[in-house]
Each structure stands twice: as C-alpha cells, then as structure tokens.
Ligand binder design. Structure first.
Ligand SMILES: [Zn+2]
Length: 225
C-alpha cells in the first residue's frame, strides 16, 4: 500500500526567503508521485495563517500538472528557526522513507546513511549504491571497533560475534515477555495501545529479518550476477 505521506529530508529544497520568522524554501527537487518524473516543485503557501513550527505548502508538477502537498517542519535552536524536515503527500510509490537513526550513532555514520538516501532521492543510483556500501562498512567498523579490516573480513567477524545475535535475542525475548503478560492475567498490568504497537512493530521486524531480508538480498544478488 502506498504511504499517504513521506519524509523527503531537508536537503531536497532550493532557495527561499524568510517569512513570518520561517525560512520558506522556494522549491523542492524530488520525484512526482503521479508521473514519477524527477522535477522541481515550486512551493506556494497553502495556509494564510502563520504556524510557528510548520509551513504547509502546495505545488503542481511541471510535467503532469497534478497537485502535490508539502509540509516543511522547523526546529528552533538558540532562537533561530531552521528547516528540520519536509514531507510530501501523496508519497511517490518508489520513494524510500529515511530510516530513523539512533541518537547515539556517531555523526559520521548518520551522514553516511543519509548520503545514501539523499543520492537515491536525487536519482543518482550509482552513488546511492556506493554510499550504502560505505555505510555498511562504517556501521560494522563502529560495532566491532575495527579500523583496518576489509569489508569481507568485517562481515565474517560480525557474524561470529555476539553483536549479530544480540538484537534478535532481545527482540524475541521481549515479545515472549509481552505474550506472557497478555496471556496470564495480572490485575496490575494491562496491555495498552502503546504496548500493542511496539509488539506489532517488533513482529514486523522479526518477519523482515527472518524472511524478507534474505529474499531481497537474493534478488539483488541475482541482479548483480
Ligand atoms: Zn508529475
């Protein structure tokens, strides 16, 4: 199912002006959700009432003339407001949403991941593949605290380490604990919406990890052969 909106990051915007204390981008370069062309959407204010943390904008695809909506999100630091993110809707069916990055991830690693996503969004597929591979190397080096090891060797070391199995073990046991709480009545613990959400989310990760990841890797492998 096509997601109704998607974050396209704050690096897709070009130019802009300061209005009502917000930096309002002039345009956004991304893929049209209707005709899939890579186009420049000129942004027009779609709400006359200023809102401090968001700017709703509208645009028309220069190729197919369909109407696309954007929301620019702001973050305030030291009294200065800057663009934190931009989301568009409807979302282009092929656009991959940026992954949620852990706060403790080193800045260099976060930008390696974002570089891969940005290259993909810009339609630069060869750099996107290179950046994704670079991010993989960086992530493994960071986890294993290795510096001068080849990627091939890093993968071997990683797979034999506890670091590879720890997340899946933790995930499975957490789900088991969740099941036990729900299955065995305890008047002090009532599973709420948030608990159910996390349980379903973990289940999705598990299905992806156990089945979808290797299927996808196999597809890519076949393509590269
Ligand atoms: Zn279009």
């Amino acid at each position: 199912m096509r997601p109704s909106s998607v974050s396209i990051g704050n690096k897709t915007s070009k130019g802009g002006t300061n209005t009502h204390g917000q930096f309002r981008p002039k345009s956004v370069n991304t893929f049209c959700p209707f005709c899939s062309s890579k186009v420049t959407f000129s942004l027009v204010n779609s709400n006359p009432t200023p809102m401090p943390t968001i700017w709703p904008a509208q645009s028309t695809c220069p190729e197919c003339e369909e109407s696309v909506n954007f929301i620019v999100y702001y973050t305030k630091q030291d009294g200065n407001s800057s663009v934190a993110d931009i989301s568009m809707f409807p979302a282009p069916s092929h656009l991959i949403a940026p992954v949620e990055l852990p706060e403790k991830l080193p800045a260099a690693l976060s930008s390696a991941v974002r570089d891969a996503e940005a290259a993909y969004r810009a339609g630069l597929y060869s750099p996107a593949v290179t950046c994704a591979g670079r991010a993989l190397e960086g992530l493994l080096k960071h986890i294993l605290r290795e510096k001068d090891t080849s990627l091939y060797k890093l993968i071997d070391i990683f797979c034999e380490s506890e670091e590879a199995t720890k997340p899946i073990k933790k995930l499975s046991h957490t789900m088991r604990e969740g099941r036990n709480v729900a299955a065995h009545f305890d008047e002090n613990i009532i599973p709420d919406q948030k608990s159910a959400e996390i349980m379903i989310e973990l289940l999705h990760y598990l299905v992806s990890y156990l089945f979808l990841f290797s299927e996808k890797a196999e597809k890519l492998s076949t393509k590269l052969r």
